[in-house]
Design a protein around this ligand. Structure first.
Ligand SMILES: *Cc1c(COP(=O)(O)O)cnc(C)c1O
Length: 417
């Protein structure tokens, strides 16, 4: 059984392959006692900025720190509101709240699970108004000034950035990318007639190097990328207790630095990232072929022509997710759900005043999505076994999954809790 298991994610093999180099990083840190800051951090920051086509990269303690510091550095604070999506990891909204601001949600697109730009336009036009006194755009319901939009490049695919940037310009809002799942993802900008990397399009972006991300540390790590010199400097100060010089504090900051050993490890792994992303893309197209004949029973990831996704996750939608997960689990195949409860329905956010039914697309997705095994070392044989089990389950006569997806009129209501 053990040997036939197909894990959801393999974090062992890539580190085995690179073991000598990774141990070398640790030895170097021991020999030089360079544990915090120093050349390994600077070297990684330069390389990652280059990888993202960004002017600056500032290494921090986690993706959550990256989001929090960048919002603070951009001037988001109490009395403000920040627009994001409900189907993301809670770190996105924790960062907003921890700046003192209020998260406001817009629903996502059915095909891509990313921010629905039509609904964003609608929210800005209908649910916000210009304050006569100061010209600020205010959320009518809460009276909070909208400061920024945080699109999340979910599952490794970028949100429709051209439209988001155009709306942001129109309403004078900042755009901060949550690129925590999208290292290396690309977007074809019609405005600029060129492919652009995640982390290079907004005012700034946040990346996470949590071990399971496309580029993962062997511990906690994150980074901010930006073209803006002052913003980069401010994040550098915030991550290090507000000090520009040791023990001279211009403001209060945080202990949010990227440590040298993690930076060294990330530098080694960054050399492989493009190749690993390419393998994820190959795995995604192989899954697409294997599932092509069952499209009535399941929804597979959609990649618009303007997107080159890096498939942090491979997420499908089926009628009865629990049944499928059990079937795959019995066959020794690991799965995940990203994420089972949209943020507006989490206990932590009861205070935001949202209700079930407010974001039907995100709610339906949350009730029906399953993430299948996806990692660079996934083999054709693995994928064939996964596909065989998935197809067996969704086509089974006694399975609710064998109802065509399109007939699921109950999808929305069953998502309401
Ligand atoms: C992982 C993740 C984060 C948080 O990153 P950490 O490094 O775990 O703090 C934020 N947003 C999204 C979308 C993520 O996937």
């Amino acid at each position: 059984m053990q040997s036939n298991r197909i894990p959801f994610l393999d974090l062992v093999s890539p580190h085995q392959e690179l073991k000598e180099e990774l141990v070398g990083v640790f030895s170097h840190a021991l020999e030089t006692a360079g544990f915090i800051g120093g050349p390994m951090v600077e070297d990684f920051e330069k390389s990652f900025a280059k990888f993202c086509d960004a002017q600056h990269c500032v290494g921090v303690g986690s993706g959550t720190d990256a989001l929090r510091f960048v919002l603070m550095a951009a001037g988001v604070g109490p009395d403000d509101a920040v627009i994001t999506v409900p189907n993301t990891f809670i770190a996105t909204t924790e960062a907003i709240s921890q700046c003192g601001a209020l998260p406001r949600f817009v629903d996502v697109d059915e095909q891509t699970y990313n921010m629905d730009v039509k609904k964003l336009a609608e929210y800005l036009a209908l649910h916000c108004s210009q304050n006569d006194a100061n010209g600020k755009l205010v959320d009518k319901q809460t009276g909070r000034a909208i400061k920024a939009i945080v699109p999340v490049h979910l599952y490794g695919q970028m949100a429709d950035m051209d439209v988001i940037l155009e709306l942001a310009e129109k309403y004078h809002l900042m755009v901060i990318e949550d690129a925590c799942q999208a290292h290396g993802a690309e977007y074809f900008s019609r405005r600029e007639n060129s492919w652009r990397k995640a982390g290079s399009m907004g005012l700034a972006a946040a990346f996470s190097f949590y071990p399971g991300k496309n580029l993962g540390a062997c511990g906690e790590a994150g980074a901010v990328t930006t073209h803006d010199d002052r913003l980069a400097q401010k994040v550098r100060t915030l991550r290090d207790h507000g000090q520009a010089k040791k023990y001279y504090h211009d403001m209060e900051g945080y202990n949010g630095r990227l440590d040298s050993i993690q930076a060294g490890i990330l530098r080694v792994k960054l050399r492989r990232l493009a190749e690993w992303n390419e393998r994820r893309r190959e795995c995604a197209s192989r899954y697409a072929e294997l599932f092509a004949a069952a499209s009535e029973f399941m929804k597979v990831p959609f990649e618009p022509s303007w997107s080159r996704a890096v498939f942090h996750l491979y997420v499908i939608q089926v009628q009865n997710r629990e049944q499928l997960q059990k079937h795959l689990g019995d066959a020794g195949i690991g799965t995940g759900i990203h994420y089972p409860v949209p943020l507006h329905l989490q206990n932590a956010y009861k205070n935001l005043g949202y209700r079930a039914g407010d974001f039907p697309v995100a709610e339906t997705a949350a009730a029906h999505i399953v993430s299948l095994p996806m990692f660079p070392g996934l083999t054709r044989a693995h994928q064939e076994s996964v596909a065989q089990q998935v197809l067996e389950s969704v086509r089974a006569k006694n399975n609710v999954n064998s109802q065509p997806l399109a007939d699921c009129g109950s999808l929305v209501s069953s998502a309401r809790m």
